[in-house]
Ligand binder design. Structure first.
Ligand SMILES: [Zn+2]
Length: 255
C-alpha cells in the first residue's frame, strides 16, 4: 500500500508542491525586470495622451486644409462640380476622411465606401492637400462615371495615368522649367505620367514594376488623351486652374 501511495504522489503532485513552483516562477519573472517597480506608471500614460493630442491636432489641421481647398481651390471646386453633375455629389463629412497612413502615400481612394483618404501625417501643407484631393477625385470621378474596376489592372493603370497627367505631372513639369537642370528639363510630361502611374500602381497592387509598366503602356494613349473633367493640363504658376474652373459650365458642370 505504501508503494502505491508513493506512485500516486509522483503522478499528481500535491497542491503544496505547485504553489512552491509558482512562487519560484514569480521570483524569476521579477528578476528579469530590475527596477520595474520604480518606474512611474504615469510616464507611458502621459506619452499616450500627448500622442493622441498631436494626432488630433494633425487631423484638425488636415480638415481645415480640406475645407479651405473645397472653398478656394479652382481645381478642387471644378472636380466637386464635375462629380455633382455626374450624379456623384461629394458629402465632405462622409466622403473625405483625414487619417494617419503609411509614410509612402499622401492619400487614397476607397471605392467600397466611396471615400477619399487624405493622409494627415504626410499631406501636411495646403498644396499637398490640394494635389492629393484633386488626384483622388479623378479616381472618384472614374469610379462614378467610368465604372472603374480597381481589380482590373488596366482600369487602375488608366485612372492613375489620368490623375498623374491632370494633376501631379502638370505641377512637376512647370516646376522643372524653373530648375536649370538639363536632365529635369529633358523629362517630358509623358515620361512623368508613365513614371508616376507605375509607382502609384505598385504602391497599391501586388504586382512588379514591369507588370505595372506593361499595363500603363497598353492603355496609355487612350487614357492620356482623356482630359475629362478638367479639360486641360494644369501648369503651375499659370491661370490654368482658374481657366479650367471657368470652363466647367461648358462641359455641363455646375456647382
Ligand atoms: Zn492614384
Amino acid at each position: 500500500m505504501t508503494g502505491n501511495k508513493d506512485e500516486t504522489a509522483k503522478e499528481q503532485p500535491s497542491p503544496k508542491a505547485n504553489e512552491k513552483t509558482d512562487a519560484n516562477n514569480d521570483a524569476d519573472y521579477s528578476d528579469l525586470y530590475p527596477g520595474r517597480r520604480d518606474s512611474p506608471t504615469q510616464n507611458w500614460f502621459r506619452k499616450i495622451v500627448f500622442a493622441e493630442q498631436q494626432e488630433q491636432l494633425q487631423k484638425t489641421r488636415c480638415e481645415v486644409n480640406v475645407v479651405d481647398c473645397i472653398q478656394n481651390s479652382p481645381l478642387v471646386k471644378l472636380m466637386m462640380a464635375a462629380l455633382k453633375s455626374s450624379g456623384c455629389e461629394v458629402d465632405i463629412g462622409r466622403h473625405i476622411s483625414c487619417e494617419v497612413c503609411d509614410k509612402v502615400v499622401t492619400g487614397g481612394y476607397d471605392p467600397q465606401l466611396n471615400q477619399i483618404i487624405v493622409c494627415q501625417n504626410t499631406a501636411r501643407t495646403k498644396n499637398r492637400v490640394q494635389s492629393t484631393l484633386s488626384h483622388e477625385m479623378i479616381h472618384m470621378f472614374d469610379y462614378c462615371q467610368n465604372k472603374l474596376d480597381l481589380n482590373n489592372i488596366d482600369h487602375l493603370a488608366c485612372t492613375e495615368i489620368r490623375a498623374a497627367s491632370l494633376c501631379h505631372c502638370s505641377y512637376f513639369m512647370a516646376l522643372s522649367r524653373n530648375v536649370a537642370s538639363p536632365i529635369r528639363i529633358a523629362r517630358t510630361h509623358r515620361d512623368c505620367v508613365i513614371d508616376k502611374a507605375v509607382r502609384s500602381i505598385v504602391a497599391v497592387k501586388d504586382v512588379t514594376k514591369d507588370e505595372a509598366l506593361t499595363a500603363v503602356l497598353r492603355v496609355f494613349e487612350r487614357c492620356y488623351n482623356d482630359l475629362e473633367p478638367v479639360g486641360r493640363r494644369i501648369r503651375r504658376n499659370s491661370h490654368d486652374m482658374e481657366k479650367a474652373y471657368l470652363e466647367g459650365p461648358l462641359y455641363g458642370y455646375t456647382e
